[in-house]
Design a binder for this molecule. Structure first.
Ligand SMILES: *Cc1c(COP(=O)(O)O)cnc(C)c1O
Length: 715
């Protein structure tokens, strides 16, 4: 192990009395504690907005006078002291769920590898659902006290910012991240030099430095190849997520897998459980095999030893979506590595050989399946699909016996719940409800919340969303020189009291963003009824190289711009965690229309449900498990047609029918005063049944009980 230290992060010059704000800024704990965010906001509200809720940028810019002012404000100081007390209690709590439940006498580290982490909008090192899941997973691991360390990338240019041209074409802008404004700190060696690791790439070694982000109690280590000593091209290796360039992609995956293991070793960690979240990081299993071989084990022994400590989560329900490389690329990148492992080429390839009609490939999920002891998909249906898809790896087994289980995805409650609802739940679910948020009994008491109070908060959240969109539209008009119709398309004409439907996700074609638009005349008729207006808000990015996805955005955008919509259809640019929070908290209905069974799980609908938003979705992924007939609505039934056009047509028919005959009448039924009583009843049913089951608390406990603990005990 190398002696290393963190550069002391608290370098702001703050008044003594509130000195520890700097510490709070450098621990992402604040991202799931909205009351702590108010500590910054209260000092200078305008600056807090201008810095996009980034405490580090905020503290670097805030004026001394404003800081001094709050040190004389006893209300503020009280608030500050309580936040610090809460933080210290959290960080030092020895009585965690893990302490009470792990059966293992010695504490073993769980190493969690993922190619993206969605922690907060100011850290654009995630693209979508996979990243949000990883981010939520480590936040919850912190809450539960799991001994976990995570490994990922610090992409120097992050994921792109999206702009939509007047004709609906997505433009991707990459900004270089300003590290000094992010809650990251470099790890330094003894002589204050950068701590780096080195990985072998063809005819050279590439260096990567190690950064750290503190996520509550969990360290997240991020690798970055932008280091002196690397060639200019190599310095850009880790600058962006998910390139379609094969050389770039395999290089990244080698840095993550091989480099990730080396980074953990360098920091003195000796994990007992290794978790690959999706196949991108599967080279880590090879590196650990290489370690065992270099210690004198045979390759077969090494393989068994690695397996015994490894967990793999697959997220991909379609073979085409899986990550694989042509064999010439494997020869180019791994010929020396094979020698070190003591494997012949054919045996090396056989670890991950995927036979496809156009020649064999090296498949990352197959490598991960072969070198893990426990494997899981991310919903019940996805578990079935994965067992079928990978059955041929276990040819002697019946499909239902293929050793892939499932744990359905969840969401981190603190991160996604609106602050006002958190306080409301706090009043009616019991003071310590957050300690028991996966306990269905606690959520039974949702029925005690008076309808008026719940409805008042829901109305507030929708107004907040609408005003936020209008401000963004105004900003675009003021600063971006957009055409007036784009101002309308961005939500300038939205009505804060109309039934509002949200559809926000990655624009991949199987998600069928255009399904709700497929009978446009019928839709116009539905949304424009004088006393029962309906509005639909779309948002989402397409991968920059995904032309069908970009064409789908264009198709939606062109329809949104039509005058006949009355401004009731909207497309919001640049879907990210910030916009996601506004949407899942602010709309009335969350729409999801994937073509089954492509949505392995989905999580955005879970965020919506937690906030009292009703789901209206195809019975795919998590919703197939969550829907009970009374807590939202289903689109279609569980029949899968062979003909995709027919499937789309049937699903669209069902969508319009339910919308017209169930959803709209229920929302606008105000026969008992001004409250939609039946709607609120459904909302409560949704919160009561879905919030505990689809919490990240339930999910991480399932991972611990079914995947992590068995491997800890198994030795
Ligand atoms: C939650 C979330 C996702 C994942 O949502 P899906 O249900 O998979 O569509 C993607 N992007 C952002 C920004 C999110 O917050």
């Amino acid at each position: 192990m190398t002696n290393y230290h963190l550069e002391p992060p608290n370098h702001f010059s703050l008044p003594r009395r509130i000195r520890r704000l700097g510490e709070l800024a450098y621990n992402l704990w604040w991202t799931w504690n909205p009351d702590v965010q108010r500590l910054f906001k209260r000092i200078d509200k305008d600056l807090w907005e201008r810095t996009s809720h980034n405490p580090i940028q905020f503290l670097r810019q805030v004026g001394r006078a404003k800081l001094n002012a709050v040190t004389h404000d006893s209300y503020y100081l009280d608030f500050y002291d309580r936040a610090i007390l809460g933080f210290d209690r959290y960080m030092n709590n020895a009585d965690t769920w893990y302490e009470r439940n792990n059966g293992s006498p010695k504490e073993e580290l769980i190493a969690y590898f993922s190619t993206e982490f969605g922690l907060h909008e100011t850290l654009p090192i995630y693209a979508g659902g996979l990243g949000i899941l990883s981010g939520d997973h480590i936040k919850e691991a912190s809450d539960l006290g799991l001994p976990l360390a995570a490994i990922g990338f610090l992409y120097t240019r992050g994921y792109f910012t999206q702009k939509i041209s007047e004709d609906g074409w997505q433009e991707a802008h990459y900004l270089r991240l300003k590290f000094e404004e992010l809650p990251i700190f470099p790890l330094l060696g003894e002589d204050d030099s950068l701590l780096t690791i080195s990985v072998p790439l063809p005819e050279r070694a590439v260096l990567a430095r190690i950064w750290q982000i503190q996520v509550g109690r969990i360290p997240l280590y991020l690798l970055d190849s932008n280091v002196e000593g690397n060639s200019p091209e190599d310095r850009e290796l880790t600058s962006r997520l998910y390139s379609s360039d094969l050389d770039l992609r395999i290089s990244q995956e080698i840095i993550l897998g091989v480099g990730g293991v080396r980074a953990l070793r360098k920091l003195g960690h000796n994990p007992g459980v290794w978790h690959m979240n999706e196949g991108h990081s599967a080279f880590m299993a090879l590196e650990r095999m290489r370690e065992f071989v270099s210690e004198g084990h045979s390759v077969e022994e090494a393989k068994e030893l690695v397996k015994k400590e490894t967990v793999f989560t697959t997220h991909t329900p379609v073979p085409a979506g899986n990550d694989e490389f042509p064999l010439w690329l494997i020869d180019k990148y791994f010929s020396e590595y094979m020698d070190e492992l003591g494997l012949e080429r054919e045996d090396f390839i056989n670890l991950a050989r995927h036979e496809v009609s156009w020649g064999d490939t090296f498949s990352m999920p197959i490598l991960a399946m072969r070198l893990s002891e426990l494997r899981n998909g991310v919903s019940d249906l996805h578990g079935h699909v994965a067992r079928e898809m990978w059955n041929y790896l276990w040819p002697e087994r019946k499909t239902e016996d293929v050793p892939i289980t499932h744990i359905t995805n969840g969401i981190h409650t603190g991160t996604w719940l609106a602050r006002r609802l958190r306080h409301l739940y706090g009043r009616y679910l019991g003071r310590d409800w957050m300690e028991h948020l996966d306990d269905p009994e606690v959520w039974e008491t949702v029925d005690n919340i008076p309808d008026e109070e719940l409805w008042a908060v829901r109305r507030h959240l929708k107004r907040k969303l609408v005003f936020y969109m209008r401000e963004r539209a105004r900003d675009q008009w003021l600063h971006d020189g957009v055409h007036p119709v784009q101002v309308v398309a961005s939500g300038a004409l939205l009505n804060p009291y109309a039934l509002t439907i949200g559809f926000a996700r990655r624009f991949a074609t199987y998600k069928r963003a255009d399904l709700v638009l497929s009978d446009f005349e019928r839709l116009l008729n539905i949304i424009n009824r004088p006393n029962r207006p309906v509005q639909i808000i779309f948002a989402g990015k397409a991968h920059p190289d995904d032309n069908p996805g970009k064409l789908l955005i264009q198709k939606v955008y062109r329809m949104v711009k039509k005058a006949e919509t009355g401004g009731r259809l909207v497309f919001l640019e640049d879907y990210d965690m910030n916009l996601a929070r506004y949407l899942v908290q602010g709309v009335d209905v969350w729409l999801n229309t994937p073509r089954r069974p492509n949505e392995a799980s989905g999580t955005s609908g879970e965020k919506a449900a937690l906030n009292g938003v009703l789901n209206f979705s195809v019975l795919d992924g998590w919703w197939r498990e969550g829907y009970n007939g009374h807590n939202g609505w289903a689109i279609g039934d569980e029949i899968d047609y062979d003909n995709p056009q027919l499937q789309d047509q049937m699903d669209a028919e069902s969508l319009y029918d339910v919308l017209e005959n169930a959803i709209i009448p229920l929302y606008y039924d105000r026969s008992s005063g001004n409250l939609p009583v039946e709607w609120i009843a459904r909302m409560k049913e949704s919160i009561r049944t879905l919030a505990p089951q689809f919490s990240m608390r339930r999910m991480v406990k399932d991972y611990a009980n079914n995947l992590y603990f068995p491997l800890m005990d198994g030795k």
